[in-house]
Design a binder for this molecule. Sequence first.
Ligand SMILES: Cc1cc2nc3c(=O)[nH]c(=O)nc-3n(C[C@H](O)[C@H](O)[C@H](O)COP(=O)(O)O)c2cc1C
Length: 363
Amino acid sequence: MKILFEKTKLGNMTIKNRFVRSATWENMATEDGHMTDDLYKVYKDLAKGEVGLIITGYANIVKEEQPNPGMMGIYNDAFIDEYKKLTTSVHHYGSKIVMQVAYGGTKTTFNLGERTIYAPCEIAEKTTNVTGKAMTKDEITYIVKAFADAGKRVKEAGFDGVEIHGAHTYLINQFLSPYYNKRTDEYGGNLANRMRFLLEICSKMREQVGVSFPILVKLTASDFYEGGLTFQETKLICKKLEEIGIDAIEISGNIHGKANAMGGEVFDNHQIQEEGYFLEYATSISKIVNIPIITVGGFRNIKTLNKILSETNIDYFALSRPFLTEPFLVKRWKDGNIEPVICIRCSKCRTPERNFCTVFNKK
Ligand SMILES: Cc1cc2nc3c(=O)[nH]c(=O)nc-3n(C[C@H](O)[C@H](O)[C@H](O)COP(=O)(O)O)c2cc1C
């Protein structure tokens, strides 16, 4: 029988329990992505709070592309020493830490100005209406290399693994999506072509980090709209990722801001859940691959997690907003107070100054 508070292996990483802090951009780094005392404290608290695996907020892999203010950077070697301090601090409390690396793309309205934003094609992003520059093959090679180099830095800085952000309509998700990717070269068209960009990133990164360094991928279960990436396709992508040696997959979606409104809707024959929005999708994937599956989105109750653990092949539970309210949540549950999370999922945690729980944690 699987239990929440047991040691598990994700690739070569031993994690002390099945709780994951899902990547959460804190808006606390300096303008060019460097660490601040406040940011060190966020991670120290999560580690003290006994989160088994902490995934950092997304870090940009090239300096010129920053989809949001205050996000961490990993675009050159100058970051390595400060992240060594971060990983040492987290390891001191027995937690593991993985850095999420990302290229944002057109899902942004931040600092648009003159900068060039890459996209698979010149198709406006649905929510921001921003149109990017259709990438040339040289630009694709440049970004693939930037991801791989970022992976190398992540390893050098003492992180326990790296997560590639392939979800939430960011650049990799756009390449996967037939809505955004209408390319006619080998990076567009059928699914094998649409996943080529992601697979090249994975394999180039693997060359840089070696066989035993865990690489995780965060994916969108489905684009959840007509003409977008379907769940059937995501399942095939997951099979392929397993085949090429990816160590774990986190199944998400692009709906969390409006998830409460969407709860109960059926897409691709699976239902968005009230608690654990993408649980049906993650469960389905966990049946067809043997690598660990992390489920994320709207979890509140430890009882629910225990039930899922006993009934599915899902291995890990990731939470984001609840840790903004209660960084010590895992410890609280472990110590016997199993009340549900305090977070009410209002998503008021994004503020222009920094991201924090504006409702219960006003400091
Ligand atoms: C303030 C905030 C920042 C986020 N930043 C990221 C991020 O950097 N990378 C990412 O993949 N997801 C990000 N997410 C999404 C979360 O990782 C998670 O998938 C989503 O919030 C659903 O989980 P929850 O219901 O436990 O909050 C962010 C969410 C919030 C609320």
